[in-house]
Design a binder for this molecule. Structure first.
Ligand SMILES: *Cc1c(COP(=O)(O)O)cnc(C)c1O
Length: 393
C-alpha cells in the first residue's frame, strides 16, 4: 500500500463552484471573495475578515497595519515555518525567538516574560507577540493576552494550522481563534485544513485596522479596486499608502466557500483519525502521541508523533526511511529557525539556543493525516509504525 503525506479533499461541489466562477466572467477579487469573507467572519465570529493570497501576506499586513517597523522587536517561536519570522522582517522589525513548551510545542508564556523582564535588546522596543498555534492546538492565549496587556504589546496570531480551534478564556467562555488577538492569520495553502490552492485570511475586531489592511492589501488604493469595473464604481482612485499586491482571486474564493461549508465535516474526520492513531499507540512506551490541552479544541492539522529516542535502537531519520520503504510518506514539522543558516548569520542564533524546540525537532515525525484518508490507510500507517517500533526496542 502507498500512503501519500497529503491528498486534497476536493469534490464535485468545489469543481462546480470554480467552473461557475470561470463562466461568470469575473476571475479576480470580486463577489466570491466578498461572500467568502462574510462566511469566514460568521464561522469565526470575528467582526472583519479580509481575504488575501497567503497567510504570509496576512501576517505581513497585520504588522504593517499595526505600525510595527524598524527598531521594533516581535517575539515569536523558533518552532514554526519560516513565514512567521519572514513576515516580521518584511516590516523591518527583528524576530526574537523564545523556546516552546514540551507539552504542546507552543511558545512558552513563562519564557516570553523572562525575555521581557531581562532587559535584552534594550535599544529595541518590543511591540508585539506572534504566537503560532502549532499543529492546530491553540497556544495558552489567556497567559499571552495577559502578558500583552501588562507590557502594552500587540498580538498577531499565526493560525495557519488552526481554522477550527478555540479555547476557554478565564471566564470559562469559548474564545474562537480569530477573535482573540489584535489580528489572526489563517492559511489556505494546499495542505492546510481548508484550501483555496494558495490563500489566507486576516481576521480582526478592530475596524480601523481592518480598513488599513484592506488598503495595504491592494496597492494602497483608497477603495475596493474591483468596484472600479462595476456599475457602482468609477475609474477614479487615490493611492493613500505604499501598498502591496495581496488580494485573493474569485477562483480561489470559490474553492474556499465550498471548503468552508465542509470544514466541520473534515474536522470530524481529523478528530476521528487522531483518536484511532492514539488508541493504536497507547501501549507503546517508545513513542509519545500528541496530548490535548484541557479546555482547548484541537484543529488537528498535523499528527506529530514523538519517538523516545533513548528507548529505541533507531534514529528518527532511519524511522522515516523505514516508513518510506513501506510506502508511507512523512514529513518533519519543523526545523527550528535557529538551526537555519540565514537566522544564524543574520541574528547570531545557534544550535543549543532553544533546547526544547531542538529536542522535539530531533524526535518528531509528521504522519500522513488528512480527511480524505481511508480508515484502511490509517490502519496501515498505525500497523507500520508499531512494527518498526517493536523491531527496534
Ligand atoms: C503554512 C504556514 C504558514 C504560511 O502559510 P501560507 O498561506 O503558505 O503563506 C505560516 N505559518 C505556519 C505555521 C504555516 O504552517
Amino acid at each position: 500500500m502507498k500512503v501519500p503525506f497529503h491528498r486534497p479533499f476536493i469534490g464535485d461541489e468545489e469543481i462546480q463552484e470554480v467552473v461557475d466562477t470561470l463562466k461568470s466572467g469575473w476571475l479576480t477579487t470580486g463577489p466570491k471573495v466578498k461572500k467568502f469573507e462574510q462566511a469566514f467572519s460568521e464561522y469565526t465570529g470575528a467582526k472583519h475578515a479580509i481575504a488575501v493570497n497567503s497567510c504570509t501576506a496576512a501576517l505581513h499586513l497585520s504588522l504593517a497595519g499595526l505600525g510595527i517597523g524598524p527598531s521594533d522587536v516581535v517575539i515569536t517561536t523558533p518552532y514554526t515555518f519560516v513565514a512567521t519570522a519572514e513576515a516580521i522582517q518584511y516590516v523591518g522589525a527583528r524576530p526574537v525567538f523564545v523556546d516552546i513548551k514540551e507539552s504542546d510545542f507552543n511558545i512558552d508564556p513563562v519564557k516570553i516574560e523572562e525575555y521581557l523582564s531581562s532587559g535584552a535588546n534594550k535599544e529595541l522596543r518590543t511591540r508585539a507577540l506572534m504566537p503560532v498555534h502549532m499543529a492546530g492546538q491553540a497556544c495558552d492565549m489567556n497567559a499571552i493576552m495577559a502578558i500583552a496587556q501588562k507590557y502594552n504589546l500587540h498580538v498577531v496570531e499565526d493560525a495557519a494550522h488552526c481554522t477550527e480551534g478555540w479555547l476557554e478564556n478565564y471566564q470559562g467562555e469559548k474564545a474562537k481563534v480569530g477573535t482573540i488577538g489584535d489580528a489572526t492569520c489563517f492559511s489556505f495553502y494546499a495542505t492546510k485544513n481548508i484550501t483555496t490552492g494558495e490563500g489566507g485570511m486576516l481576521t480582526t475586531d478592530n475596524e480601523e485596522l481592518a480598513e488599513k489592511v484592506r488598503i495595504l492589501a491592494l496597492h494602497g488604493m483608497s477603495r475596493d479596486a474591483w468596484k472600479r469595473y462595476t456599475a457602482e464604481g468609477s475609474w477614479y482612485y487615490e493611492i493613500v499608502a505604499q501598498g502591496y499586491k495581496y488580494n485573493l482571486t474569485d477562483i480561489g474564493a470559490a474553492l474556499g466557500l465550498v471548503q468552508l461549508k465542509k470544514v466541520e465535516k473534515m474536522h470530524a474526520l481529523r478528530e476521528k483519525y487522531a483518536k484511532l492513531l492514539t488508541r493504536e499507540f497507547v501501549d507503546l512506551q517508545e513513542i509519545i502521541v500528541p496530548t490535548e490541552s484541557p479546555n482547548v479544541r484541537h484543529a488537528w492539522h498535523l499528527f506529530l508523533l514523538r519517538l523516545q529516542l533513548d528507548k529505541l535502537k533507531i534514529s528518527r531519520n532511519e524511522f522515516i526511511n523505514k516508513l518510506q520503504e513501506r510506502g508511507i510518506q512523512t514529513s518533519v514539522h519543523f526545523i527550528p529557525l535557529n538551526l537555519q543558516p540565514y537566522f544564524q548569520q543574520t541574528f547570531g542564533y545557534k544550535k543549543g539556543d532553544f533546547p526544547v524546540a531542538e529536542s522535539v525537532y530531533e524526535s518528531v515525525i509528521s504522519l500522513p493525516f488528512f480527511p480524505s484518508m481511508t480508515e484502511e490507510e490509517v490502519g496501515y500507517v498505525a500497523k507500520c509504525v508499531k512494527e518498526i517500533t517493536r523491531n527496534h526496542i
